[in-house]
Write a protein that binds this ligand. Structure first.
Ligand code: HDD
Length: 749
């Protein structure tokens, strides 16, 4: 019943009284809300999702279509509600006993909002915490079908995929361009269930047996007492471990090479590392290693660039991938197979295929392309997709099986187990990003975060109550069947095969396959990292390890550390270099490369044509001007200013002008009046000098030449001409070689 007039008036009076009592008027302060900023008040229909934001396919936890909209878009429904769906009229004020009074326990929305926020974080991954993902497709070439019956490798078969790239050591908020191994994990949502290829950008691993994984990670992670250093291996515990576990030498050589600091995820190779066993339709088996080959070639940063980026743009790799996809420059990788006969010894050309610290040179077993991966859609929600994706090596499809590599075997346990803590229970495959795109009909029931409402009464087999369902698949229904691999005749042992004891031949093979400039980078990386180690004994021990790899490498690092070259009996083995291991010497497409163009708004000669030619060539021109926004009435727009631009963002730098110092320019401390640099903004001069140091192509025409002169940069890879088009074409040619290495001839043979 509605309260009568009298009762209502009494209630209102009482309410006013309470307000007055608990919230007495303060002189001079109006007892009303401050005027709020204008905000839309009329609910509208949901905005259409952006083309690249359609989110993960949503099927029910059992794999059946839900009929629900494909994506639950946040912030787009008509009304704000509680998590139970009740509409809310206010979310900015807690319910209080009067405007200045205490908050009431009764405020459900306040409690629910804070409770949910308090629990927004989940544990980060114990390794590979920092990562970035994207959606895409994989299309098979059909060329793998003779060795592998997996349906997704079939000719023209298109399979949705999700890829997550990562660093290994850093925390979730660490910087992207640290020296580290990169993860390259791919989930193929195939028509035969999910296949996860969980690889790295380095083809070997630190250890040969998974039982040591906690040890190597404890050594690589920050020191437990002070939790420093973050996201890097340049510290005592890492070098203590690797110098005493010489099986790590091969992986360490790759880490200290340019592979440890990739230019972009788009220019990284990927490796499945382990040897897998493939089965074809006839039941024949072959051993195989998986490779991802980037269409843009393999490129890296230089060390100073990587260090600068960690401060200037810690999200550099994320931004690079997301921007490329957003702009339609979809990165691609070919999936390739190295194939080996499945012999009882499981070796190839004397290389033990079960040892994850060994590669098989591509010259001995060429990589045969079997399909192409294209990343074409950014994530819509980082947490829902990239953070919650759960990879597992045991997610295999018919035609692909494991081998007895002891590292592989331990991983088969770890990837399931770790999700129990990270994703809080056993139902993580029901999270949308992990759901297969085929019907799921398991007999797993209940547990934390169960999303399915399973019907039926008999989740066991055989049963007579649920019509006998589910049935097990017959051979013609294409089930996953383990290869009946014969077991070795042996006693139980905690031992490795003798072939696992060779820890130095392949590190030496890697070293000798590098070009002089790459070798110089390896020497500098070892010298830098060991230079950060406090314990002298660790440095000396690592030098003894390097002596076993190569005397020049050891001597050069010892020189940098100021330590004597260790006396050693080590006699370097004979190896045949593998040119495929070098990143230098080839020409690569220039698609997606970033070219900075410094312009002086007072003189825009050649800028428009150069910009259009760059765009037409599939590269990205970024105009850098004293201030942002439209440049006069030229119709050109500055995307960067001298304040926001740093050289590390660009693959090449062009100068169309030499703008005078802007009002916000801080002159160099030691600048002398009248010095040649005075006429040019010092930040432009710095940009040129950094690009020069980082072996990047530099080009200038017309008035732009003065800035290059002011920077004092001449020689290889500096193109000066009056004709802007000539400058651009020369710079683009240099870009195809990645960097102008000739500028600094290496001193190591
Ligand atoms: Fe691992 C994550 C790659 C050895 C245990 N690993 C993880 C990820 C990648 C790799 C790319 C991140 C996946 C993602 O993006 O979610 N791991 C490798 C490679 C290895 C390797 C290429 C050697 C060839 N890993 C390895 C061993 C063990 C683990 C030997 C344990 C015995 N790895 C894990 C883990 C992680 C993981 C603890 C952490 C988060 C996760 O699995 O889901 O289970």
């Amino acid at each position: 019943r509605k309260p009568g007039k009298v009762v209502k008036a009494a209630l209102e009076k009482a309410a006013d009284k309470v307000t007055e009592l608990v919230n007495p008027p303060v002189p001079g302060v109006p007892n009303s809300e401050p005027p709020s900023l204008e905000e839309p008040t009329d609910p509208r229909g949901p905005l259409p999702p952006k083309a690249d934001q359609t989110g993960p396919e949503t099927v029910s936890p059992t794999g059946a279509p839900t009929g629900a909209p494909k994506v639950a878009m946040g912030q787009q429904g008509e009304f704000l509600t509680t998590s139970a769906g009740a509409r809310l009229y206010d979310t900015d004020h807690s319910l209080k006993a009067g405007e200045r009074g205490p908050t009431l326990l009764q405020d459900h929305h306040l409690r629910e909002k804070i409770m949910h926020f308090d629990h927004e974080r989940i544990p980060e991954r114990v390794v590979h915490a920092r990562g970035y993902g994207a959606h895409g497709t994989f299309v098979g070439y059909g060329t793998g079908a003779n060795v592998c019956k997996a349906a997704f490798l079939g000719d023209g078969v298109e399979t949705p995929v999700f890829v997550r790239f990562s660093t290994v050591l850093g925390s979730r908020g660490s910087a992207d361009t640290v020296r580290d191994t990169r993860g390259f994990a791919t989930k193929f949502y195939t028509q035969e269930g999910n296949f996860d290829l969980v690889g790295n950008n380095i083809p070997v691993f630190f250890i040969q047996d998974g039982i040591k994984f906690p040890d190597v990670i404890h050594a690589g992670k920050p020191h437990p007492d002070r939790e420093i250093p973050q996201a890097q291996s340049a510290h005592d515990t890492f070098w203590d471990f690797v110098s005493t576990h010489t099986e790590a030498t091969h992986h360490v050589m790759w880490n200290m090479s340019d592979r440890g600091i990739p230019r972009s995820y788009r220019t990284m190779e990927g490796f499945g590392v382990h040897t897998f066993r493939l089965v074809n339709a006839e039941g024949e088996t072959a051993l195989a290693k998986f490779h991802w080959k980037p269409k843009l070639g393999v490129h890296s940063l230089v060390w100073e660039e990587a260090q600068m980026l960690n401060g200037i743009d810690p999200d550099f790799h994320r931004r690079d991938l997301a921007d490329a996809i957003e702009s339609g420059a979809f990165p691609q990788w070919e999936l390739g197979l190295q194939l080996f006969p499945d012999t009882p010894r499981q070796t190839f050309e004397g290389i033990d295929l079960l040892d994850p610290t060994k590669i098989v040179p591509e010259e001995l077993a060429p990589v045969q392309p079997v399909g192409i991966l294209t990343l074409n859609r950014n994530t819509m929600n980082y947490f829902a997709e990239t953070e919650q994706v759960a990879f597992h090596l045991g997610n295999l499809v018919p035609g692909i099986d494991v081998t007895d590599d002891p590292l592989f075997q331990a991983r088969l346990f770890s990837y399931l187990d770790t999700q129990l803590t990270r994703l809080a229970g056993p139902n993580f495959n029901q999270i949308p990003i992990n759901r297969p795109h085929v019907p799921v009909n398991d007999m797993f029931r209940d547990g934390f975060h169960q999303q399915a409402v399973h019907a039926g009464v008999a989740p066991y087999r055989p049963n007579t109550l649920d019509g006998g369902n589910p049935f097990v698949a017959k051979a013609e229904d294409r089930p996953f069947v383990e290869v009946a691999q014969p077991l070795p005749k042996s006693a139980k042992v905690r031992q490795s095969p003798a072939s696992f004891a060779d820890h130095f031949t392949q590190p030496r093979l890697f070293w000798l396959s590098l070009t002089p400039v790459e070798k110089e980078h390896v020497v500098r990386a070892f010298t830098f990292e060991l230079g950060k180690v406090y314990e002298q004994a660790i440095k000396e021990r690592q030098l003894r390890v390097l002596a076993n790899v190569d005397p020049t490498l050891c001597a050069e690092v010892a020189k940098g550390l100021g330590l004597p070259v260790p006396a050693t009996e080590a006699r370097p083995r004979k190896v045949t270099p593998s040119p495929a291991l070098s990143q230098i010497g080839q020409e690569w497409p220039t698609d997606g490369r970033m070219i900075g163009i410094v312009v002086d708004p007072a003189n825009l000669d050649g800028v428009r044509t150069v910009r259009e030619t760059i765009l037409a060539g599939g590269m990205v021109p970024l105009l850098i001007a004293p201030t942002g926004g439209p440049i006069g009435d030229s119709g050109l727009v500055a995307q960067r200013t001298f304040l926001t631009a740093r050289s590390v963002e660009f693959d090449a730098l062009l100068l169309a002008g030499s703008p005078p110092p802007g009002p916000d320019a801080v002159p160099a401390r030691d600048a002398k009046a009248g010095a040649p640099g005075d006429a040019v903004d010092p930040r432009v001069v710095l940009m040129v000098q950094e690009c020069f140091r980082h072996a990047k192509a530099i080009g200038a025409w017309g008035a732009g030449r003065a800035a290059v002169e002011a920077a004092g940069c001449t020689g290889a890879g500096v193109v000066l001409d009056d004709d802007a088009s000539k400058v651009l074409s020369a710079a683009t040619e240099l870009l195809a070689l990645h960097r102008v290495w000739d500028r600094f001839p290496a001193t190591i043979a």
